[in-house]
Design a protein around this ligand. Structure first.
Ligand code: NAD
Length: 266
């Protein structure tokens, strides 16, 4: 399977190139980055710390989609929407790890997925996806009068969206467990005189700093005890591994919008 990486000069892009190269049944089909990027025209394998492979980074995604079987996208929301439109037209597999998509963008993604296979996951790690399943289960057992749910996350200082896509994913899992809509119960931040905590709300707290790859804790605070489900990523490799696994899994699947839980059979 020929895999293309859009945004291949980014932190995740480079990891994805390296992971694709070492995955059996996959080969690097090419990569893009923003027009004007100093990395366009450079050998894609050299960027990822591998030996030169003779494929240079280009800036035209249409050209990339035409020559590969699947594309992996860890870029930015506006770029991802453009890539999804191209994937739908070309009928190519698209694996999306980009976070920070708006509700409207997610709805548009579902429309593109009527024409092609899209796997979209705010977090591609196996561990986090297990945490999603556990959180849903605990939230289904502990109702809103028994436990207050709070989600705390920390990431490196370069991250541009908050709360993280994973924190929101954990919130959605908790809301699903309780049979409520996250949009209507979430409290994204608190400042000043906020009044007492509203029963049934799901709170978020965001920390940013240093080189933290990603840490998330879901707290179920009860009377007299507390349950915490924590996931800590110590390498970006786990996300790259999950994304390449998703691309391989998607081969031969019909059009549709899939999640990591489909890929992992959870
Ligand atoms: P980064 O800024 O290091 O990399 C993004 C790359 O995309 C850059 O090289 C940038 O030039 C490129 N890019 C932007 N627009 C483009 C376009 N139109 N065409 C081609 N390239 C374009 O960021 P990063 O740390 O690699 O993270 C990227 C995204 O992935 C973020 O949204 C982040 O939150 C998300 N992420 C998701 C997971 C997951 O498991 N789903 C894990 C880590 C990061």
């Amino acid at each position: 399977m020929k895999v293309g990486i859009v945004g291949c000069a980014g932190r995740m892009g480079r990891m994805l190139v390296a992971e694709t190269a070492k995955t059996e049944g996959c080969e690097i089909g090419g990569g893009t980055d923003l027009p004007g990027s100093p990395f366009v025209g450079k050998d894609i394998a050299l960027l990822a710390g591998l030996e030169e492979c003779g494929i240079t980074v280009i800036s035209d995604p249409v050209e990339l989609f035409a020559t590969v079987d699947a594309v992996i996208d860890f870029t930015a929301p506006a770029a991802t929407m453009k890539h999804a439109a191209i994937a739908a037209r070309a009928g190519k597999i698209l694996v999306i790890g980009t976070t920070g998509l708006s509700t409207d963008q997610k709805a548009e993604l579902a429309e593109f997925a009527e024409k092609t296979t899209i796997v979209f996951a705010p977090n591609m790690s196996v561990g986090v996806n297990l945490a999603f399943a556990l959180v849903e289960k605990v939230a289904a057992i502990l109702d809103k009068d028994t436990a207050d749910i709070e989600i705390v996350e920390m990431h490196h200082k370069h991250k541009v969206d908050a709360p993280s896509g994973t924190a929101l994913g954990l919130g959605e899992a908790a809301a699903r467990g309780r049979g409520v809509d996250l949009e209507t119960v979430s409290v994204r931040s608190r400042d000043g005189f906020t009044g007492a905590r509203e029963n049934g709300s799901i709170g978020f707290a965001t920390l940013r700093g240093g080189d933290v790859i990603g840490e998330h804790t879901v707290v179920f605070a009860c009377e007299g005890e507390r349950i915490e489900i924590t996931h800590k990523a110590s390498s970006r490799e786990v996300f790259a591994k999950g994304a390449v696994r998703a691309a391989k899994w998607a081969e031969g699947k019909g059009p549709g919008l899939y999640a990591m839980r489909d890929v992992l059979g959870l």
